[in-house]
Design a protein around this ligand. Structure first.
Ligand code: NAP
Length: 530
């Protein structure tokens, strides 16, 4: 067995650079910042002491290397430096993880709901007890500001807490029978082994949002986190073990995504695929799942409109737009992708947004007061750049930012572009970056038409002071989530999911539980005969 901690050499250099304020000149030369207000060395030793810095996959309760010994590097997006080498697994390891989950399902699905609830509660307590370390790990591998990472731990752990409570409320039904000698029952039973594939933008919450309800219902899971952010997933899995959740109930494999995905969809033992990520990969998994007719839940890409009406409260609209657009550097599926502003308030809103965005501090997520960290990788920067170039070549104007940040690496200037129309690529594709494109509209009907003119249908936002309008527009928007005078609307107690090509099914809330349950109808006949 390899040691759990395999921090690469350059990471230890980065760790020693804690509290080390690099000169501006040096920053320019090396094109990244290592300024950390948090002692990164103590992050690693704390994580190591609590066993949270894991680099192997988890199969049947055992930490395992890839069978061929291959590893893959995890990088800190703020510095470009490697953090750790983790096991690079594929189909063989995935098949073993599926077998472990299949074996564990027999007993996990049979214990009482109250027992499952206690295990989940214990897991929640441990996640919260290690909140700071988990948040530091998220910032280290994903880049978001530490305060946002703390928020993610609260949010992510919330799904486990909610599931621990909801586990005890998975009720069936008794249906009044049409014949007097019959009794009709509806039982709810766990679907079985679940394959859970998750993205890098919320390394903890996208996992707990799936695994919490799955375990509460009596399912077992094989998790495949993104290769870009596996460390948080592995730390969460370690805490599931410390919570006493039996071996094989939670398994984690990471590495070769297509091989792992193919193994999950091909296996008849896997009865459900739950995926969060891009629409393109979601479609592949859906097609692949057809062969074995699995249940499928998909949380896919969005193209969120943020509609600001003339009658909106300007302050509320600016604050809400700021949160909806720039959280996690614009890298959330519900980030405002098109900001539709009514002509009467357009200039005032653009100026107020400009003031607010200008004051956002960009930097390493560990630095004090940073509101925007780096983008996840170079490909993300290139995409943002190309969308801006396409828009400006068609008449849009950059009024703020529009280029890489002087910090270098994958830092990008918070950007606002005006005079955007709904045909430009930036309005048709998910930017997944810190770019706020402003589109002008005249009437409520125009706004609804433009907002709905997309294949996506996940998050949407409306800013207005009219109660009637807020109802009319919320009902007319073809979106799974609508924020009215609010830019941050996700919570574990409400259903999250998309219309159209933004996905299938819901996560969170009581509705999210149904995704992991089969409904069984039982008819008892001949009641009057002994
Ligand atoms: P992605 O490329 O689709 O990756 C998501 C996950 O799928 C990762 O674990 C990835 O593994 C894996 N994957 C990639 N190719 C695969 C394949 N052929 N078979 C099986 N798994 C495969 O998406 P992303 O770039 O990480 O995430 C951004 C996207 O996620 C955006 O479109 C965003 O809107 C969406 N998202 C949606 C929600 C929602 O709730 N609707 C929430 C968050 C994000 P590797 O990373 O290891 O390659």
């Amino acid at each position: 067995m390899m040691a759990a901690l395999k921090i690469s050499g350059s990471m230890s250099t980065a760790l020693r650079s804690s509290n080390y304020l690099l000169s501006a000149k040096f920053l320019m030369q090396i094109h990244f910042t290592r300024k950390m207000s948090t002692d990164a060395h103590s992050i690693a030793s704390q994580l190591n002491n609590s066993g949270l810095l894991r680099t192997q996959g988890l199969i049947g309760g055992q930490w395992r290397d890839a069978y061929d010994g291959k590893t893959i590097k995890v990088y800190n997006p703020a510095t470009g430096e490697p953090i750790a080498d983790v096991a690079c697994m594929g189909g063989r390891e995935t098949n073993d993880a599926i077998s472990s989950a299949f074996d564990a399902f027999r007993s996990w699905s049979k214990i009482t709901a109250a027992e499952r609830s206690k295990f989940l509660r214990k897991w929640y307590d441990l996640l919260m007890a290690h909140k700071e370390e988990l948040a530091q790990l998220i910032t280290l591998e994903q880049g978001k500001p530490l305060t946002e990472s703390m928020g993610e731990v609260n949010y992510g752990a919330g799904f486990i807490e909610f599931a621990s409570e909801e586990a005890k409320r998975i009720y069936g039904d008794i249906i009044p029978a049409p014949l007097s000698d019959r009794r009709l029952f509806v039982l709810k039973q766990p679907v079985g082994v679940v394959g859970a594939i998750t993205p890098w933008n919320f390394p903890l919450a996208m996992i707990t949002r799936k695994v919490g309800p799955a375990l509460a219902c009596g399912c077992t899971v094989v998790i495949k986190p993104s290769e870009l952010t596996p460390l948080t997933a592995l730390a969460a899995a370690e805490l599931s073990i410390q919570a006493g959740i039996p071996a094989g109930v939670v398994n984690v494999v990471m590495g070769n995504a297509p091989d792992i995905g193919d193994a999950l969809v091909a296996s008849p033992q896997v009865r459900k695929i739950t995926f969060t990520g891009s629409t393109a990969v979601g479609k592949k998994l859906m097609a692949g799942s057809a062969e074995t007719v699995k249940k499928v839940s998909l949380e896919l890409g969005g193209n969120a409109p943020c509609i600001v009406f003339d009658d909106a409260d300007l302050d509320v609209a600016v604050k809400g737009t700021l949160a909806a657009k720039f959280r996690n550097s614009g890298q959330t599926c519900v980030c405002a992708n098109r900001i539709l502003v009514q002509e009467g308030i357009y200039d005032k809103f653009a100026n107020a947004l400009l003031d607010a965005v200008q004051s956002m501090k960009v930097g390493d997520g560990f630095s004090e007061g940073v509101a925007q960290g780096p983008l996840i990788n170079e490909a993300a920067v290139k995409k943002v750049d190309s969308l801006i170039h396409d828009a400006t070549s068609k008449g849009a104007k950059v009024i703020l930012g529009g280029k890489r940040h002087s910090l270098g690496s994958t830092f990008y200037e918070p950007t606002i572009i005006s005079d955007v129309d709904n045909e430009m690529r930036i309005s048709r594709e998910e930017a997944f970056g810190p770019v706020a494109p402003l589109l002008r509209f005249k009437t409520e009907e125009d706004a609804i038409r433009i907002a709905n003119d997309t294949n996506a249908g996940l998050g949407s936002y409306v800013f207005t002071n009219s109660i009637q309008r807020s109802w009319r527009v919320a009902e007319a928007l073809e979106y799974g989530l609508v924020g009215v005078n609010e830019g941050v609307i996700s919570t574990e107690v409400a259903p999250f999911g998309g219309f159209k090509q933004s996905g299938l099914g819901r996560e969170g809330s009581k509705y999210g539980m149904d995704e992991y349950l089969e409904i069984k109808y039982v008819c008892l006949g001949n009641m009057n005969k002994d």
